[in-house]
Design a protein around this ligand. Structure first.
Ligand code: SF4
Length: 50
């Protein structure tokens, strides 16, 4: 991984507390979301805050 990418990932981890997006997504219940990256999505075009 190149240094810039690693740096951006570290910043993102600090901002999100390292938690996956799904933990804060309003689609993270039942069978609403069928994306394969659930429940550990780090980026997701369908993410919506609860
Ligand atoms: S829409 Fe994306 S962020 Fe939300 S639960 Fe599904 S995979 Fe996770």
């Amino acid at each position: 991984m190149n240094p810039i990418r690693r740096f951006l990932q570290a910043i993102r981890s600090l901002l999100t507390g390292g938690a996956p997006l799904c933990d804060k997504c309003k689609y993270d219940y039942g069978n609403v979301c069928t994306r394969p990256e659930r429940p550990n999505a780090r980026s997701c075009p369908d993410y919506r805050r609860k």
